[in-house]
Ligand binder design. Structure first.
Ligand code: TXA
Ligand code: MG
Length: 357
C-alpha cells in the first residue's frame, strides 16, 4: 500500500478536515484524556478493517466505540441496564468504557464478532469536538502499533503511525495516561475487565458490588484453552525490548536487591520505580552511568505515576536497556491499573522477595 503523507493538525487548528476524513471512512488519530486513539467510522466495515491493518492488530481483538455528550446510544446498543445508567451519570464523559449488547448496525469487524460492544464517551475537548463534527460513532483502539505501549503524546503516535494513516490530531499530553477502565455490563454483576483511573472503589460507591476478572491480576497468564472475557487480555502488550522483572517485597528488600544487582552487572539497566524507592537505592550518590532511571513519582500520587508509565516504557527502548527492574505496586485504587500494565509489560515476571525466592 502507498504510504500516506501523514498530516498533523496542531492545537488550535480547524478539525474540519479530520472530521470529514472520519465520516468518509479514513483513519484519524486523536487525543483523549486517557491515551491517543486511532479512529475510524465504526459503522463502515472497511474503515474499521483499516485500523487493524495500520496497527498490525489481531482481527479477534474488538474495538471500543466512542460517542459524545448528547449522542443517542440507543442507536447502537440493545439495552442499557439501570446500573450502567448510574455509572454514566457518575463518570461520563470520562475514562470508563462499558460493554452492552450491540445492534446490527455495528459491523462484526468492529467487535471482532462479539455480540457486545464497548462504549466510551471521552472527557477531552478536542475528542468531543471531533466526534460531534464527524457525526458518527468512532471505533478507536489506542493508536500504538500492536504490542507497544499506548501513546500519550502526538509524538508517540507519529513514531508508530507515520505514513500509515492520513491524519494525526495533536492535542498535547494525555491527562490520565492509562487506558480507560473497561467494565462488562452484560452479566448480573458489573465486571472489570481492565482497571483504569476509575477505580473499583469508585464504581462500587455508585452501584454496589463490582467484580474484577481474575486475569487482571495475572501477567499474560491466559492459556489458549481459557477463553478470556476480553480478547485483548491474551496479547503481549506494552513490553519494552529489554528483559523486564518486577520486584515484590518490602521497600528495604527491593532497594537492597536492586543495589546488589546493579553492582554485579554492567549491562544497560532500566529502573521503573517510585521516588521513595529511588531515594532508598541512591540516597546521596549519583545514578550510575549504566543505569537509565525512570522515576514514576511518589506513592502519595499514583495518578501521576500512571500518567508517566507509558512514556517511561517507550524510553527504555530509546536508551537500549537490555534489563529492566520495576517496582511491584499494590492491587488497590489506581495502583491496580498501574500494576496491571506493569505485569503485562514484564510478561508476568515477578520476583517475590519476601518469600526469599
Ligand atoms: O482509554 C481507552 O479505552 C483508549 C482510548 C483511545 O479510548 N482505547 C483503548 O482501546 O484502549 P484498545 O482497543 O487499545 O483497548 C480496548 C480493550 C482491548 O483489550 C479489547 O480486547 C477490549 O478492550 N474490548 C473491546 N471491546 C470489548 C468487548 N465487547 N468485550 C470485551 N472486551 C472488549
Ligand atoms: Mg490498546
Amino acid at each position: 500500500m502507498k504510504p500516506y503523507d501523514t498530516k498533523v493538525i496542531r492545537p488550535g487548528q480547524s478539525l474540519e478536515e479530520a472530521a470529514r476524513l472520519l465520516r468518509e471512512g479514513q483513519l484519524v488519530s486523536f487525543p483523549t484524556e486517557t491515551v491517543y486513539g486511532l479512529g475510524a467510522n465504526a459503522l463502515i466495515e472497511d474503515a474499521v478493517r483499516a485500523i487493524f491493518a495500520a496497527k498490525g492488530r489481531p482481527a479477534d481483538n474488538p474495538l471500543i466505540v466512542h460517542i459524545w455528550p448528547g449522542y443517542d446510544l440507543d442507536q447502537i446498543v440493545e439495552e442499557i441496564p439501570d446500573s450502567a445508567k448510574k455509572l454514566m451519570e457518575a463518570f461520563w464523559p470520562g475514562p470508563l468504557t462499558m460493554s452492552f449488547r450491540k445492534k446490527d448496525c455495528i459491523p462484526d469487524a468492529t467487535t471482532a464478532g462479539l455480540d457486545t460492544v464497548g462504549i466510551r464517551m471521552p472527557d477531552h475537548p478536542v475528542a468531543q469536538s471531533l466526534l460531534r463534527m464527524s457525526g458518527v460513532p468512532v471505533a478507536a483502539p489506542s493508536a500504538n502499533s500492536s504490542g507497544r505501549p499506548s501513546p500519550t503524546t502526538a509524538q508517540h503516535v507519529w513514531e508508530d503511525m507515520k505514513g500509515k494513516i492520513p491524519c494525526i490530531v495533536d492535542g498535547g499530553d494525555c491527562k490520565v495516561g492509562l487506558e480507560s477502565t473497561f467494565v462488562d455490563m452484560t452479566g448480573p454483576v458489573p465486571m472489570i475487565l481492565r482497571p483504569g483511573a476509575i477505580t473499583r472503589e469508585m464504581l462500587e460507591e455508585v452501584v454496589g458490588r463490582v467484580d474484577v476478572e481474575p486475569s487482571v491480576a495475572k501477567g499474560l497468564a491466559i492459556s489458549d484453552e481459557e477463553k478470556p472475557r476480553s480478547p485483548g487480555m491474551k496479547y503481549r502488550h506494552y513490553a519494552p525490548k529489554g528483559q523486564m522483572l518486577l520486584l515484590d517485597g518490602t521497600m528495604e528488600q527491593k532497594a537492597a536487591w536492586i543495589r546488589k544487582a546493579l553492582e554485579e552487572s554492567d549491562e544497560k539497566t532500566g529502573l521503573l520505580i517510585s521516588t521513595e524507592l529511588k531515594d532508598m537505592i541512591f540516597p546521596s550518590e549519583p545514578v550510575p552511568e549504566a543505569v537509565h532511571l525512570e522515576e514514576l513519582g511518589s506513592h502519595q500520587d499514583p495518578e501521576e505515576m500512571a500518567h508517566r508509565l507509558f512514556g517511561a516504557l517507550r524510553r527504555f527502548d530509546e536508551y537500549r536497556c537490555t534489563r529492566i527492574y520495576g517496582e511491584a505496586f499494590s492491587d488497590t485504587g489506581v495502583e491496580m491499573a498501574l500494576m496491571n500494565r506493569m505485569r503485562r509489560a514484564a510478561a508476568g515476571q515477578i520476583l517475590h522477595l519476601q518469600k526469599g525466592i
